[in-house]
Design a protein around this ligand. Structure first.
Ligand code: HEM
Length: 365
């Protein structure tokens, strides 16, 4: 008669003690002993993982962009964690801390450079990803939740850029944040209260820095993680990419690009913020230039009188964002092929061209 197998106990021929530990480093031991027995991961998930290791014949550039985006978010969290070890969010220390990280802390310049360039690449890739999924018609049913959570992720990514910009407490970051937190003033009656909420007072000050810092390191990472999971649940049962090896290579290439950028074009330090000295021209980061230009163009509507021009400048932008949020419900054409969606393709082409032209106009004027 066969002896019943004792749960949790090793079979007589299985290695025990240190030999048991060493067996975890063999593929068989890792699979059966670590993954299945100890971590309780199902055969189904393990098979899925194994299948995903096989390179697929067709390469979808779009899928690479989306997983690189996820990787960039993880890199931003990790490098941000290291930066926080030396950074204090006070107006007396912030600027000096950034200088210390860049010039004194071993490899501090590299970590800061990767964080700096990672944020730019993340926003650039979000724009690519939005365009690619839009052109693919991937927002159509049943992908509405993925699209809407994607739009939230776009705003959260911009939020990272906005709040992170102030943290080095330099002249450019201080005055750009002053201009941005002035934008809510476009709203009649409530504008002043919105500005007070954003700044924590009449002016950009220590309170603003504390607010932006806590948003940047607590609220935004938590919300982004939540929305990435929500984004992927409808499309990925196991939250891992198909074709792991080629994705791993793509991610390594992206990492190499980040290191090259951080080395060849280090993150700038600028001068310490001086609230009493306004620079001649205050320009936002490239991803906010189009928005800044729309606000400036709206000033030409002064014939409308009063607060109308400023309000129009803000409302136009809110309207565009709202349309993008509602695209899955507004576009009732069931076709996904771009040749059969001339209106949708024209709409996004005009949108992206306008964004690029406005950005260039704001950059070079
Ligand atoms: C931090 C920002 C974002 C991250 C990390 C992210 C990540 C991802 C990932 C990993 C996928 C799965 C790709 C695959 O395996 O096929 C995906 C798909 C998708 N994403 Fe995003 N995404 C972000 C922002 C956005 C934005 C801004 C939009 C558009 C508004 C968007 C819309 C979509 C859509 C519609 C799909 C489904 C694609 C398909 O079914 O082929 N995402 N995203």
């Amino acid at each position: 008669m066969m002896k019943p197998e004792l749960k949790g106990k090793k079979k007589p021929n299985e290695p025990v003690g240190l030999r048991g530990l060493l067996s975890w480093f063999t593929s068989e031991g890792f699979l059966n002993d670590v993954l299945k027995k100890r971590l309780g991961i199902s055969d189904n998930l393990i098979n899925k993982f194994k299948n995903n290791l096989q390179p697929k014949k067709k390469i979808h550039l779009g899928a690479y962009i989306s997983w690189i985006l996820t990787f960039l978010f993880i890199i931003e969290c990790l490098t941000g964690m290291f930066l926080m070890m030396y950074y204090h969010p006070t107006i007396a220390e912030a600027f000096e801390d950034v200088r210390y990280i860049t010039n004194i802390v071993p490899y501090g310049w590299l970590i800061r450079g990767i964080h700096f360039w990672g944020s730019h690449l993340m926003i650039l890739f979000v724009f690519f990803h939005l365009l690619q999924t839009y052109l693919k018609g991937a927002y159509k049913p049943p992908r509405e939740i993925t699209w809407i959570s994607g739009m939230v992720l776009l705003l959260l990514s911009l939020g990272f850029g906005l709040t992170g910009y102030l943290l080095p407490w330099n002249q450019i970051s201080f005055w750009a944040s002053t201009v941005v937190t002035e934008v809510p003033m476009a709203f009649p009656y409530i504008g002043h209260y919105l500005k007070l909420i954003a700044r924590g007072g009449e002016n950009v000050s220590q309170v603003t820095l504390t607010r932006f810092f806590s948003m940047h390191v607590m609220a935004l990472p938590a919300l982004t993680t939540f929305f990435i999971v929500l984004h992927l649940i409808p499309i990925r049962k196991y939250l891992i990419p198909r074709d792991l090896i080629t994705h791993f290579i793509a991610i390594l290439l992206c990492f190499a690009l980040l290191i090259s950028l951080a080395t060849l074009s280090p993150a700038p330090i600028h001068e310490k913020a001086d609230p009493y000295h306004t620079p001649n021209k205050v320009k936002a980061e490239w991803y906010f230039l189009a928005a800044q230009e729309v606000l400036e163009l709206a000033q030409h509507l002064d014939f409308l009188g009063g607060w109308a021009p400023k309000l129009m400048g803000v409302l136009i932008q809110i309207f565009v964002i709202l349309i993008l949020f509602l695209i899955p419900f507004l576009d009732k054409n069931p076709a996904r092929n771009i040749k059969k969606r001339p209106f949708a393709v024209t709409f996004i082409s005009i949108g992206y061209c306008a964004f690029i032209i406005l950005t260039l106009v704001a950059k070079f004027k």
